[in-house]
Design a protein around this ligand. Structure first.
Ligand code: SF4
Length: 556
């Protein structure tokens, strides 16, 4: 019998320990279904890193490496008390049936955030940046990744894939690259990188800086990964769609392939240690569609290739998939990760869920337009617990500039009906959208004040100009002067940029000092609603929270 092709796929830090890696589960489901001759092993090294540090005891790894490399250490030595508190937090997140005590919950959450994001991530980044400059045989590099190397090596992979999900300045991590360097050396297999992030940055930059990366997939990856795995030994790679690679000293990128429904077959979570995620009950990520049926907001590019033409699974098939996942993994909570699902599709999905008699809970993202009370009531009956709405602004002038296709009167109606139907509203808003004036901040503030009983949480985003958006193609219209792109990182004197532009106003239409107070008030008010942010899956287990009063005289 012919040997199977072994592929190892890795989800690296730093992400939250509540999210099961969806992309890897989809790739495993797709590749193994397509070809019985392919065996995919998946590794969540993000979760493993949390576990490793919480269980580290006194031999705290980052401090050891900081000392060896003569680096000043952000965590300044981790004491037994600190590790005990983290272990208590982990137990609380895993075992508490709901997080009704806001103070206790937030104390644990803050602790995790400050420990992992403000200390550990910074320390690891410094350490791994240094280690990246060393020879792969360097004992410190080998020691840092000892566990990872031995786990991947035990699967004897012919191809190692690393999924990148955080290629933005501020949260950038050297971990996946240092790991790739170590694995390439110790496992003797080619390294391929992919993930949603590579749709936005230039893969050429990464192949130029990191000579141990062999391939990068730009865009949808399942089909490309499959063809590559099948052709690894015959060098036929010039027709593999979306693939970036080196040839005769040049970096080439093959033509792209739009992803279709066949690319997102049912995810396979069977290899993940599902009980270890930091949620009281299992929450599984799932996907109903790719793209966005609106696809016209001027600041957005997350609809990818499917601008205005998303690809959907059939509602009855997707409901069937939810039922299978529920049965197989005993999961009742599903996080539907699609960018934005229109009301007609959600209505059909809700009907399919109900007709199959599924008892599940789910969360979705949507645009607050054309959702009637009838649709929202049906969604609620089918298990929809929360909708994440792209509200962005409460000013019709700004919504028009954004080309959001909504108006605030309708948004308000939708949110009220959603709340009336028993669905919790999480709204996203954009702070500092260009051309925003004092009256727009006041409208935002008055809006959330008015809807404080209908809105449970607010996710506030600071405006960033991304490449390949309608706005970046016509910045003058938005009073924006576009500068260079933000630096993502630099290594050995080589710089790699992110997909975000540095911007400044073309001309100061309004003096920002005149509305500083309104901006700060808006920020302070939003902060009171700003949960969960860090551990989004916990939305299922939190109580409905009411807003906080802001006295009218502060607004006027
Ligand atoms: S912001 Fe949301 S609704 Fe607008 S185009 Fe992007 S995904 Fe679609």
């Amino acid at each position: 019998m012919k040997d199977k092709i072994n592929i190892s796929l890795i989800y690296p830090p730093f992400s939250t320990p509540t999210s099961v890696p969806f992309g890897l589960a989809c790739l495993k489901g797709f590749l193994e279904k397509k070809d019985a001759g392919v065996k995919v092993s998946v590794f969540d090294f993000n979760l493993a890193l949390y576990e490793r540090f919480i269980n580290a005891g006194k031999d705290c790894l980052p401090c050891y490496f900081c000392r060896k490399l003569n680096l000043s250490c952000f965590c300044k030595g981790i004491g037994a008390d600190e590790l005990n508190s983290l272990a208590r937090g982990r137990k609380y997140f895993r075992n508490k049936s709901n997080f009704s005590d806001k103070q206790i919950y937030e104390r644990h959450l803050r602790y995790f955030y400050s420990f992992f994001i403000e200390k550990i991530r910074k320390c690891c980044n410094r350490i791994l940046k240094e280690l990246l400059e060393f020879n792969p045989e360097n004992i410190l590099l080998k020691n840092f990744f000892q566990e990872e190397i031995s786990r991947v090596k035990s699967r004897n992979p012919q191809l190692i894939g690393i999924s990148l999900h955080n290629l933005v300045a501020g949260t950038f991590s050297f971990y996946p690259f240092a790991l790739a360097k170590a694995l390439k050396h110790y496992c003797r297999a080619p390294i391929i990188m992919g993930g949603a992030s590579f749709s936005y940055v230039n893969p050429e930059d990464f192949l130029r800086v990191f000579d141990f990366i062999d391939y990068i997939i730009k865009g949808p990856g399942a089909e490309s990964l499959y063809i590559l795995a099948k052709n690894l030994n015959n060098g036929k790679i010039k027709e593999i769609p979306n693939l970036a690679y080196r040839k005769s000293g040049k970096i080439l990128i093959n033509e792209s392939l739009k992803s279709g429904v066949k690319e997102f077959s049912c995810p396979d979570f069977s290899e993940f240690e599902l009980k270890k995620y930091y949620n009281p009950q299992l929450v599984l990520p799932v996907m109903f569609s790719r793209g966005c049926s609106w696809g016209a907001c001027v600041f957005c590019k997350y609809y990818g290739d499917h601008k205005g033409k998303p690809v959907f699974k059939r509602p009855d098939e997707f409901a069937e998939e939810l039922g299978l996942l529920q049965k197989k993994y005993k999961a009742c909570h599903f996080y539907i990760v699609d960018n934005c699902i229109p009301p007609d599709k959600l209505f059909k999905l809700a009907r399919a869920i109900l007709s199959k008699g599924l008892k599940i809970n789910y969360i979705v993202y949507a645009r607050p337009a054309k959702f009637s009370l009838k649709i929202l009531k049906l969604l609620s009956r089918s298990g929809c617990k929360s909708i994440h709405w792209g509200v962005e602004s409460a000013s019709n002038r700004i919504l028009k500039l954004m080309n959001k296709g909504t108006n605030i009167e309708e948004v308000e109606r939708v949110l009220k009906n959603s709340s009336k139907s028993g669905i919790r509203n999480l709204i996203y808003m954009i702070f500092d959208f260009p051309l925003q004036k004092k009256e727009d901040y006041l409208k935002n503030l008055e809006f959330i004040q008015r809807l404080r009983d209908q809105v449970s949480f607010i996710g506030l985003h600071f405006f960033r100009l991304e490449k390949d958006t309608i706005m970046s193609g016509n910045p003058f219209k938005y009073n924006i002067r576009v500068g260079s792109k933000e630096k993502l990182f630099s290594l050995s004197g080589k710089r790699v940029n992110s997909s975000i532009y540095n911007i400044s106003p073309l001309e100061e239409i309004v003096d920002p000092k005149n509305y500083q107070a309104e901006k700060l008030l808006f920020l302070a008010y939003v902060k009171k609603f700003s949960f969960p942010g860090y551990f989004e899956e916990h939305m299922f287990f939190t109580e409905k929270r009411k807003g906080h009063e802001v006295s009218k005289d502060k607004i006027n």
